[in-house]
Write a protein that binds this ligand. Structure first.
Ligand code: FAD
Ligand code: NAD
Length: 464
């Protein structure tokens, strides 16, 4: 230890890095975490998961009150109005509370926070400000930032990325979202609920890349019904900021004549790129893969011994819970324990209304591996969803035709993000659809739809 200041030095205090640091310290390793932001928690707590959910919750309540949805349940409201400043205060309070919570956990677990940007010098040495810190193990958890489009430059006023879209000071009359992925649909939905007209411009021929085909098609129908305009198969050829707003030039992705689309504000949400600039990877001889991310083995080791990487900066879905699980696993591996992450079973959730969630393979992916059986159950036939007037969506269970093992579960339902947890757990335990079908589910819950979809894999659903 003498020549090292720390056993473990983590670069980045997002969900990957802060969790790795806390777990390493819990395991008795002397640990520090370098973070260049003013607060801990990374993208997720500062400009990602948490602020976006604060906005979406407030916007859902506003829409329920304003649209008459509450009145249909007998809850009358009068003079419903939006105090956007208060909504932003609520968002900031949520961020402040949770980022302070991580600082408290660092203190509690004796993780030292080194403030500043880290630059790798050697496999066991990092520069932070004027200081050189030496550690036996270095974990790179530098996360990701919004990807840009060269011809639609972000100014965070008229043309914003996800961070700017969380902070709009007024509800735009017309918000154009470039990219029909998770961020575009979540934040687009937030501003639609708050009163904006929203147009989504998507390059591919469908929204929600990577999700099951049925889910993508049904989600598009739901968003259109809610009033969003979805333009698929369209590319943005250029953007011009004008006095009244932004003029976008659109072209069919397949080629053809350009058209003009006017917007008050534009959100660019076309994916994210790994944060590696200025990190000093070249000093260690580490290079990036074709996706611009770091390659690691199944134990999160980079090509340089003693240097590890986790979270958005490595392969896989850019999700907070994936980063967190990798954080726990890498710390345990460094401590000599068998740290594990099952990358086959990582749920993903789109927090729209209704929510959209999935875990495991899509039907097409499963079919490419062999014969499957599929069970589907509509939320319309679920007593709780129907009673709550939340009839949209379905649960779809995909199982191996021979072994009945569950290969994937896809859900559109108001609480799909909560419902998907049981599917992930069942799949982690290698469950068959029959295992889920014969598990007693509490009544009346939305989760009974998961049981019924599992029952229908073998044609036995009761309520349809
Ligand atoms: P990050 O959270 O990006 O953290 C990396 C940290 O490293 C940053 O704080 C950065 O400042 C710091 N850093 C970088 N380089 C250096 C350096 N050289 N020195 C010091 N510090 C450095 N995921 C979900 O699972 N659920 C959601 O609901 C969800 N919602 C999202 C909503 C939005 C709007 C966005 C943008 C993202 C959302 N995500 C969500 C994705 C999620 O935020 C990321 O997957 C997650 O934060 C990745 O964690 P990480 O630890 O790998 O990196
Ligand atoms: P995304 O990859 O989900 O979607 C980007 C979309 O933009 C795709 O549909 C893509 O086809 C489209 N696109 C790409 N280039 C385009 C172009 N030039 N013109 C028009 N469309 C174009 O990316 P995102 O929505 O920016 O989100 C980034 C990441 O953040 C995601 O990978 C996601 O994992 C994470 N995230 C997760 C959550 C969540 O878990 N609920 C929420 C927000 C963000």
């Amino acid at each position: 230890m003498a020549e090292h200041d720390f056993d473990v030095l983590v670069i980045g205090a997002g969900p990957g890095g802060y969790v790795a640091a806390i777990r390493a310290a819990q395991l008795g390793l002397k640990t520090a975490c370098v973070e260049s932001r003013e607060t801990l928690g990374g993208t997720c707590l500062n400009v990602g998961c948490i602020p976006s959910k604060a906005l979406l919750h407030a916007s859902e309540l506003y829409e329920e009150a304003r649209s008459g949805a509450l009145a249909k349940l007998g809850v009358k409201t009068q003079g419903v109005s939006l105090d956007l400043e208060a909504v932003h205060r609520h968002r900031n309070e949520a961020i402040d509370g949770l980022t302070a919570g991580i600082q408290f956990l660092f203190k509690k677990n004796k993780v030292e926070w080194l403030r500043g940007a880290a630059q790798l010098l050697r496999p066991d040495a990092v520069k932070v400000g004027d200081q050189v810190v030496r550690a036996k193990n270095i974990i790179i958890a530098t996360g990701s930032s919004p990807a840009a489009l060269a011809n639609v430059p972000i100014d965070q006023t008229m043309i914003v990325d996800s961070t700017g879209a969380l902070e709009l000071a007024a509800v735009p009359e017309h918000l154009v979202v470039i990219g029909g992925g998770v961020i575009g649909l979540e934040l687009g939905s937030v501003w639609r609920r708050l009163g904006a007209r929203v147009t989504v411009v998507e390059y591919a021929d469908q929204i929600l890349p990577g999700m099951d085909g049925d889910v993508r098609a049904e989600a598009a129908k739901i968003f259109k019904r809610q009033g969003m305009t979805l333009m698929t198969g369209v590319k943005v050829a250029g953007a011009q900021v004008e006095a009244a707003g932004v003029a976008l030039m659109l072209e069919p992705a397949a080629g053809g004549a350009a058209t003009r689309l006017e917007a008050d504000r534009v959100l660019v949400s076309v994916g994210r790129k790994a944060n590696v600039e200025g990190l000093g990877l070249e000093a260690l001889g580490l290079s990036l893969n074709a996706q611009g991310r770091l390659d690691v083995d199944h134990q999160f080791k980079t090509a340089v011994p003693g240097v590890w990487a986790i979270g958005d900066v490595i392969a896989g879905p850019m999700l907070a819970h994936k980063a967190e699980d990798e954080g726990v696993a890498v710390a345990e591996i460094i401590a000599g324990l068998p740290g594990l992450v099952n990358h086959e079973v990582i749920p993903s959730v789109v927090y729209t209304t209704p929510e959209i969630a999935g875990v495991g393979l899509t039907e097409d992916q499963a079919k490419a591996r062999g014969a499957v059986k599929v069970g589907k159950f509509p939320m319309l036939a679920n007593s709780r969803a129907k009673t709550n007037k939340e009839p949209e969506g379905f649960v779809k269970v995909i199982a191996d035709a021979a072994s009945d093992q569950v290969l994937g579960v896809w859900i559109i339902a108001h609480p799909a993000g909560t419902m998907i947890a049981q599917a992930a757990q069942a799949m982690e335990f290698g469950a068959t659809s029959e295992d889920i079908a014969y598990t007693c589910h509490a009544h009346p819950t939305h989760s009974e739809a998961v049981k019924e979809a599992a029952m229908s894999v073998r044609g036995k659903a009761i309520h349809v």
